[in-house]
Write a protein that binds this ligand. Structure first.
Ligand code: AOF
Ligand code: ZN
Length: 322
């Protein structure tokens, strides 16, 4: 039995939920009979039934005692927004479970595995643990550090320039590097974050363009003095403008909200936005917002420095142009 390849199948399925699972993990499951996958499922969006439940509630075939259920994450055993996955696994008579990684959520964290074993289910794992953990790095970061996973992206020329001598923007990266940035950086994060300086200098749209398809990410703009013009192309219903409480209820804030953007007031602490308030806003789901688990910080230099000095960087990518 090749456990690795079936866990990889789970990851591929899980990927289909990207961008909709919010503060929860991306999860995929496959049910295998012999060497054949007989049913698949994935966690579609925050608040929906979990992957295993979707699979086991919809399967019409009888389940055999040597069928194997694969999931990239340990099955949950808590009553949350939805009922425990361990219940449906036991109810449907699944006797073999293979999981990719232990669930870092303190409500679960090994309890799902223990419950299944105690009821006589054979549970195998972790299988491809680091691959599974890296795949769900946003979720892991939220549950272990209480903040999203943060990737810093910078670009400079071979001689180390970030901008023209007068400070105006300089095109640094090649077309190939830009394509890579869209496919492997922007598309793999829930949000892009920039400082107001970058918005005023470059007027970016901050979307993901992939083979003519546009994917919508959350766009976070740090703007303490609320300098962003309501006409900025970046403003729409995926934009989140973070300003200080004194500008939060201003007329300008109202104008910005009319574009569909959200405006939040976060107090300044030691010269920066209060990290704990910022994380609370970005990771608390509401009816129309499922929360952000990973952020790509794109600039400019001041914003990078702020994140670096605060030790808020998990991964750093440097693109060197001509
Ligand atoms: C699974 N399969 O497909 C998912 C799991 O807010 P709730 O009630 O939906 O619970 C969210 C928690 O459940 C989340 O923190 C994670 O530990 C687990 N998510 N577990 O077995 C799934 N999405
Ligand atoms: Zn579950």
């Amino acid at each position: 039995m090749n456990h690795d390849s079936f866990i990889r199948e789970c990851l591929k399925l899980a990927e289909q939920g990207r961008g909709r699972t919010g503060i929860n993990p991306m999860v995929g499951s496959v049910l295998v009979r012999g060497e054949t996958v007989i049913a698949t499922s994935y966690y579609n969006k925050y608040g929906d039934f979990h992957s295993e439940r979707v699979l086991l509630e919809n399967i019409e075939q009888e389940i055999y005692s040597d069928d194997m259920l694969y999931i990239n994450l340990e099955p949950c055993c808590h009553q949350g927004v939805t009922p425990p996955c361990t219940d449906i696994i036991l109810e449907r008579g699944i006797k073999n479970v293979v999981f990719g990684m232990v669930d870092p959520d303190p409500r679960i964290s090994g309890n799902g595995i223990r419950r299944l074993r105690w009821k006589g289910v054979q549970v195998i794992g972790s299988v491809l643990r680091s691959e599974c953990e890296y795949f769900n790095r946003g979720f892991v970061s939220l549950r272990t550090k209480g903040r999203p996973w943060i990737t810093l992206k910078r670009a400079h020329t071979k001689s180390g320039e970030f901008s023209k001598p007068d400070g105006s923007p300089l095109k640094i990266t090649s077309k190939e590097q830009d394509l890579w940035s869209h496919a492997f950086l922007r598309a793999k994060h829930d949000a892009i974050l920039v400082g107001i300086g970058t918005v005023l200098a470059d007027d970016p749209e901050l979307t993901v363009r992939l083979n003519k398809k546009i994917m919508q990410l959350w766009k976070i703009i740090l703007d303490p003095q609320l300098r962003i013009p309501a006409s900025a192309p970046v403003l729409d219903n995926r934009a989140i403008v973070i300003t200080t409480p004194e500008f939060f209820a201003s007329k300008d804030a109202e104008k910005i909200r009319r574009t569909g953007a959200r405006v939040f007031g976060v107090p300044i602490e030691h010269g920066n936005f209060s990290w704990s308030d910022l994380w609370k806003i970005l990771t608390t789901p509401t009816e129309s917002f499922f929360g952000i688990a990973s952020i790509l910080v794109e600039g400019g230099a001041k914003t990078w420095e702020t994140f670096k000095k605060a030790g808020m960087v998990d991964e750093e990518v440097v693109l060197v142009g001509e």
